[in-house]
Design a protein around this ligand. Structure first.
Ligand SMILES: [Zn+2]
Length: 193
């Protein structure tokens, strides 16, 4: 009886170890990152980065709707300000694409610098091609960027990829997805973002 119980426990332990292993197939090194939670995104940023600097880079005025909601409840803290900005950008991109995803949840990770970003990029894409300013990983529903590229036009482009990948049951071709994301970028640029 005792032996059976022990064997059962061992099987559960091995199974959970295997599951844990497969869940973290690509380790991106964000274990000690700081986190800001908005309605639609968990934003992780490298601990060396300055939150107010990141906010200045993104520089979006939260919409009235958001000011009346979550952002204002957080008392205009830096975290609340960033959360309001990324949710506003998300709402803008949904509007440009005319694809509404009210319950969308995703992740944005801001790497320490472009070296770290490109290191993660080559691990995900499994190639060491051209350097990137940002990318969206379908595998873990995460936008990766570096601090200098944490700008509305660039993050808006990647958020568009996230929205497109969640909106369609059958995904359009990669070319069409890229055209749509570039259209969002164009519209954001036109509106002065
Ligand atoms: Zn793209």
């Amino acid at each position: 009886m005792t032996k059976k119980l022990f064997c059962g426990a061992a099987v559960i332990w091995i199974a959970s170890a295997v599951l844990a292993g497969s869940a973290s197939a690509v380790e991106d090194g964000f274990g000690n990152a700081r986190k800001v939670q908005s309605e639609h995104f968990a934003v992780y940023y490298a601990p060396e980065l300055d939150l107010s600097g990141l906010i200045q880079q993104l520089n979006i005025s939260p919409s009235d709707e958001l000011l009346a909601g979550k952002a204002i409840k957080k008392g205009y803290s830096l975290e609340g300000e960033l959360a309001g900005m990324v949710d506003t950008l998300f709402t803008q991109v949904c509007g440009i694409l005319d694809m509404q995803l009210y319950s969308f949840k995703g992740t944005i990770k801001i790497c320490r610098d472009s070296i770290e970003l490109n290191d993660i990029y080559s691990r995900f894409k499994k190639s060491s091609g051209k350097p990137t300013r940002s990318f969206y990983s379908y595998e873990n529903n995460t936008v990766y960027t570096s601090p200098e590229n944490f700008k509305p036009v660039i993050i808006g482009h990647e958020i568009a990829h996230a929205i497109i990948s969640h909106y369609f049951v059958v995904l359009p071709s990669e070319k069409i997805q890229e055209l749509l994301a570039q259209y969002v970028e164009f519209q954001l640029r036109k509106s002065g973002q």
